[in-house]
Design a protein around this ligand. Sequence first.
Ligand code: PRT
Ligand code: MG
Length: 226
Amino acid sequence: MTDIQTASRPLTLALSKGRIFEETLPLLAAAGIEVSENPEKSRKLIIGTSDPNLRLIIVRASDVPTYVQYGAADLGIAGKDVLNEHQAQDPGGLYQPIDLNIARCKLCVAVRADFDYTAAVYQGARLRVATKYTQAAREHFAAKGMYVDLIKLYGSMELAPLVGLADAIVDLVSTGGTLRANNLVAVEDIMPISSRLVVNRASLKTRGAALQPLLDAFERASAAPA
Ligand code: PRT
Ligand code: MG
């Protein structure tokens, strides 16, 4: 994309539909910014705001870092889970100035309630672990000195131990309702997760004057008591 194209367009914030969009609305509202449409209803992928200098683009949660990395979005909001996996392909990293403290959950190891995880670890069993979060899982088990076979999945990880695909899963847990409904239990916490604001490094240099008030507003809104 040419510099002329990027310099004249409004600032672009990449977001995913669902919980991140819902929990970002109050932060934008605190900055005096109203969103012109609900992406769940309108199906539009580019959404204007009451600030003529800011628009939103709606992308898959795991694609947010890619849009920001390449500068197609100046900034984005993504879970630490997603950013951690993205780091493997973009070690230079995105600038992550603010923990917005939204969409909070935990990354956990979980197994069937009838599986003795402690005994399996103690005996040095080579476990099969199904996950979308291969990077975080690899680091977690390596740090414990455990050898595991990772099986990459893209969703519904909770099913894997129920049908014999894996002994354990690494997945996000918030209320714990999904684990309970599937007769699984969390046996280890890997890390707390929340969503972060990420910023394209070139945008920060070339569009800093336009970006800074927005970063300040996000900072204030995320620090305010909920
Ligand atoms: O849906 P898509 O494949 O496009 O992507 P996604 O599933 O990553 O998107 P989305 O919108 O579901 O999640 C976006 C971000 O929200 C994630 O990257 C996390 O940072 C954060 N988040 C917070 C969660 C949860 N809480 C959460 N509970 N993401 C997913 N879950 C899932 C979890 O994977 C499990 O299947 O909800 C289920 C567990 O929930 P409980 O409440 O039953 O424990
Ligand atoms: Mg989802």
